[in-house]
Design a protein around this ligand. Structure first.
Ligand code: NAG
Ligand code: NAG
Length: 409
């Protein structure tokens, strides 16, 4: 860790060069956010350079953040931690330490970490701390899924890992082993983890032989669709800290393929095809965003390019249209019986409108939705609970999320 912090310090020094980025007035602790963001931007430039020079690919360099924040999850007085394998999928399992009360059935939260399907780990310190908090405050068992990552393991591998692990856990005999109440299980995740959580909730209720159902889903600034990467929030926040539009487009494209043609097409929002035209109605922000979010932006449907530029992305098109990748593309009838939802969105986040549109679609389908919008929030805020990059908003968000679970799970 010592040498890691030295390297981190070095990055911050280099990063000071990039520090100045206009940040909206409402955002708290502006300077701290600028400095934190300069670190991410410097790393991203370094990653670009490294890929250009053929040293290491972009995501390989970006993994530095994940590695630097990794901890070994340990058992302490209050939380009992084990590393397990559920049907071939690695899990970190957190249980309340008081074994005396284990005859009493407990809640469970299945947690999926963020990182654009390419980065992140359940063993990063902020996720470890969040899991512990849920164990202690909710007397819950937390299952943190260590799914495999793109680009080495592109879609649908991350989804399938998660799904396989979840199906294994939801068996009666497995739940009994952890003293989990089958009527009080939630799936949750942030960012790309929110995408996986929403997709898991949809897929599970389509299984004819699924005995145990989820009680709740909690989606924290989730990514939900890849068809329109020019929603008002993508436009408004394209240069916002932590997740600029370029990086989100990069995550999306690498989730499907390392072929840069897709990245370039997505950057200009010209990656749709004739086959996806009938799905655009599900991401039509002019009908799913309340006026306050539409602002002065004018809707124009993403168009399919007249010529495909000679690229053969037919398999990729299939993946982009798959609700397991873009849960917002599910038809209304697939939404109707979904578990109640908590959806957190941030104003200064390219993904804001994904979350807002899903909240609208779910409530119109009759699902009980709690939508929490943070007017001064930025993407990834929940991760910033650890000094020196700790933000007050992260603690407020965490507290609200955990108290929703307390009342609804
Ligand atoms: C989007 O929604 C608006 C308003 O509801 C409608 O006029 C327009 O035709 C829709 N476009 C698409 C592509 O669904
Ligand atoms: C939705 O959830 C809230 C909070 O749990 C509850 O008070 C309300 O009755 C629910 N509404 C419906 C329609 O189930």
């Amino acid at each position: 860790m010592k040498s890691n912090s030295k390297i981190a310090f070095l990055f911050v020094m280099i990063g000071a060069y990039y520090v100045y980025l206009p940040i909206p007035g409402e955002i708290e602790q502006k300077w701290k956010l600028m400095i934190t963001d300069s670190f991410f931007r410097s790393l991203s430039h370094l990653a670009d350079l490294s890929e250009l020079l053929g040293l290491k690919d972009y995501m390989g360099v970006m993994m530095f953040i994940t590695v630097a924040e990794k901890v070994v999850p340990v058992t302490d007085k209050r939380v009992w931690v084990t590393e397990e394998v559920f049907d071939g999928v690695d899990m970190v399992v957190y249980q309340p330490g008081q074994q005396g009360g284990a005859w009493e059935l407990r809640r469970a939260v299945i947690y999926l970490h963020g990182g654009g399907w390419c980065l992140g780990s359940s063993r990063m310190e902020p996720y470890d701390l969040l899991a512990r908090k849920m164990v202690v405050e909710l007397n819950a068992v937390v299952i943190s899924v260590e799914y495999r990552l793109a680009p080495a393991h592109p879609f649908p591998v991350p989804f399938e890992d998660v799904y396989r692990g979840v199906r294994y856990f939801l068996q009666g005999r497995v739940l009994a082993r952890y003293s989990v109440d089958p009527d009080r299980i939630a799936v949750s995740g942030d960012s790309a983890g929110g995408n996986l959580a929403a997709a898991v909730a949809q897929k599970l209720q389509q299984e004819p032989d699924q005995q145990v159902a989820l009680k709740a889903q909690a989606l924290l600034y989730p990514v939900l669709q890849a068809l329109d990467l020019n929603t008002p929030s993508y436009q408004q926040n394209q240069d916002m800290p932590i997740l600029p539009r370029t990086l989100m487009v990069r995550f999306w494209s690498e989730y499907f393929t390392s072929d840069k043609t897709l990245f370039r097409a997505m950057m200009t929002n010209s990656h749709n095809s004739a086959q996806s035209a009938h799905l655009l109605k599900f991401v039509n922000w002019s009908s799913y965003l309340p006026e306050s979010f539409r602002g002065t932006y004018r809707y124009s449907a993403p168009e399919a390019p007249a010529v495909s530029g000679g690229l053969d992305l037919s398999r990729t098109f299939q993946a982009i249209m798959d609700p397991r990748a873009s849960p917002l593309l599910a038809a209304d009838r697939s939404l109707r019986f979904l578990p109640k939802a908590y959806i957190l969105t941030c104003e200064y986040d390219v993904l804001r409108d994904d979350g807002v549109m899903y909240a609208t679609r779910l409530s119109r389908a009759g699902v009980n939705v709690t939508h929490r919008h943070y007017g001064n929030g930025f993407h990834g805020a929940l991760m910033f609970t650890v000094w020196p990059a700790d933000f007050q908003i992260a603690h407020r968000m965490t507290d609200d999320y955990v108290s929703w679970l307390r009342e609804n799970l």
